[in-house]
Design a protein around this ligand. Structure first.
Ligand code: FMN
Length: 364
């Protein structure tokens, strides 16, 4: 199966299935000398761990990461970094029924048609657990970016029909939905209670703000930063939409209002607004990068649904087992991790953009 590798210089390959022995990632191209511990990575993984609230699957997993290679005496060595989380709470019998039919909204049908065979235990490779490798690698990328003053603020902007109406960053970690608006979080919780009573699931929007990225990161044409961010984010299971800056709203805007005027502030060129979302011509423009991901409702639901089994019979199913009624809260850190990986890779690529950069590095 191709397609498990992401990045040009800071390159990651995620591996493993939901109910296999373990799940993880190999990072190739991480510069030597970055201080790195399992705790640095665990902090990120804990944000996507199941079983932390009633809105995530009760599958309790420690999701404890182990560094197998690439770190010596607390620092990265420049060699491949291999990170693993051993699966400890697999209950394959919960999923045995799923082997016989195709879950609407999941990848069962397409996997079977493409490969003629699939690991049906917990969704195999298309399980939400695949994102463990992304988050672990993203934690390493974010640690390096932090040294450059690059910071991420990622949160749930909406849950179902409930959207935030105020923004207080200190609230994000204070509610299990990761909303920066305590009142909206309360309303969203009530909405999710109803959803769960109806054995249904819901979706929402995740927003990510990246501050401190220098101007000119991203390459024109096929390596545009916005294009690469879109690919990174849309590669996460259940993401069905990506917008940067004003996104789809630009279609109804006018040039005179959509353009961000430039001005001189403290002897440097600044934009007066940020409709672009921090990227112009595929390169960062010095404003915060702001993008959003639309997450669909969890496909596996207990409510009755029509489908077809492997013998081609039309049947009705109610999916048992452990599934999140909403994916959004657990995907917040996944979105942040994919953004960190994309931006770090673009920063490393940018080092060879000009002769000046090469000369200042090599010329004595
Ligand atoms: C963090 C995370 C957790 C997820 N948990 C579940 C889950 O419990 N049940 C489920 O049916 N899908 C879950 N998904 C979504 C499926 O992985 C995804 O919908 C499926 O692979 C089909 O891919 P697509 O929605 O991108 O087309 C999760 C996704 C993420 C990112």
């Amino acid at each position: 199966m191709a397609g498990s590798t992401f990045g040009n210089i800071f390159k990651i390959t995620t591996w493993g299935e939901s109910h296999g022995k373990g799940i993880g990632v190999v990072i190739d191209g991480c510069p030597a000398g970055l201080e790195l511990s399992e705790t640095d990575i665990q902090i990120y993984l804990n944000r996507r761990k199941p079983g932390q609230s009633k809105y995530s699957t009760p599958r309790k997993e420690d999701d404890a990461v182990e560094i197998l290679s690439g770190v010596f005496e607390g620092k990265t060595t420049g060699t491949p970094i291999s990170l693993v989380v051993f699966n400890k709470n697999q209950k394959s019998k919960d999923y045995s029924e799923i082997a016989s039919y195709y879950r609407p909204g999941h990848a069962d049908y397409t996997f079977d048609e493409k490969y003629g065979f699939r690991d049906y235990r917990g969704g195999g490779r298309s399980s939400g657990r695949e994102t463990i490798g992304r988050v672990a690698a993203g934690a390493v990328a974010a640690k390096l970016l932090k040294q450059l003053g690059i910071q991420f603020t990622t949160y749930a902007k909406s849950i179902g029909p409930v959207e935030i109406t105020s923004f207080d960053a200190s609230q994000i970690m204070e509610n299990p939905l990761y909303m920066p608006d305590a009142k909206a979080a309360e309303k969203a919780s009530a909405f999710l209670e109803e959803c769960m009573k109806n054995q249904d699931s819901a979706g929402g929007i995740i927003e990510c703000i990246v501050e401190g990225v220098p101007v000119g990161i991203g390459d024109p044409v096929f390596e545009k930063l916005d294009a690469n961010l879109a690919k990174a984010i849309l590669s996460i299971g259940a993401v069905k939409g990506f917008e940067i800056g004003d996104g789809f709203a630009v279609a109804a805007s006018m040039g005179s209002t959509n353009n961000d005027s430039f001005a001189m502030t403290d002897n440097s060129i600044q934009k007066l607004t940020n409709h672009s979302g921090g990227v112009l011509g595929g390169m960062t423009d010095g404003s915060p990068i702001i993008f959003r991901a639309a997450i669909k409702p969890t496909p596996s639901i207990a409510a009755m649904q029509k489908t077809v089994n492997k013998s081609g019979e039309e049947i009705e199913i109610s999916i048992k087992g452990r599934h999140d009624p909403i994916i959004v809260p657990r995907a917040v850190v996944v979105v942040e991790a994919m953004a960190a990986l994309t931006i770090l890779d673009a920063l490393l690529m940018n080092m060879t953009a000009k002769v000046d950069n090469i000369c200042s590095f090599y010329k004595k």
